[in-house]
Design a protein around this ligand. Structure first.
Ligand SMILES: [Zn+2]
Ligand SMILES: [Zn+2]
Length: 134
């Protein structure tokens, strides 16, 4: 998401944009996305500083760390970013900062649900689907 500095009115503004996870470079081996990443930004500029409050929403697709099933989980993140703006600067690209904040927030061991029972260590059966014979 790029913000053109000359377009921000004195009283600030709200910008909304959808970007693909690929454009933001959010996908990893374990984490994919379904559909676009929705970004809402409340932007204000004071002389040489830009402050942005962001609300980011997306549908993440990943694999459960316990039962190894793939599942979708909503991702929602609020961030505040601040930039100092040089006299010559025309636009600011928020993409790298948004990317970093989102990727840092990825769960190390995602769970398909809080009470996921995982796999039987003996036979490997997914215990969410029922008991095994072990
Ligand atoms: Zn699970
Ligand atoms: Zn078993």
């Amino acid at each position: 998401m790029k913000i053109g500095l000359s377009r921000i009115p004195f009283e600030g503004c709200r910008l909304e944009e959808e970007e693909s996870a690929a454009a933001l470079d959010l996908e990893t081996e374990e984490v994919k996305f379904r559909g676009p990443v929705k970004i809402r930004a409340d932007v204000s500029k004071i002389t040489n500083a830009l402050s942005v409050n962001l609300d980011v929403e997306a549908l993440m697709h990943t694999r459960c760390g316990r039962c190894l099933e793939e599942f979708d989980t909503p991702l929602r993140k609020r961030l505040s970013l601040n930039y100092s703006v040089g006299r010559q600067e025309r636009e600011i690209d928020l993409g790298p900062d948004i990317r970093e904040e989102i990727i840092l927030g990825y769960p190390i061991k995602p769970l398909c649900r809080a009470d996921c029972r995982g796999l039987c260590p003996e036979c490997g059966k997914n215990l969410n689907e029922g008991e095994c014979d072990c």
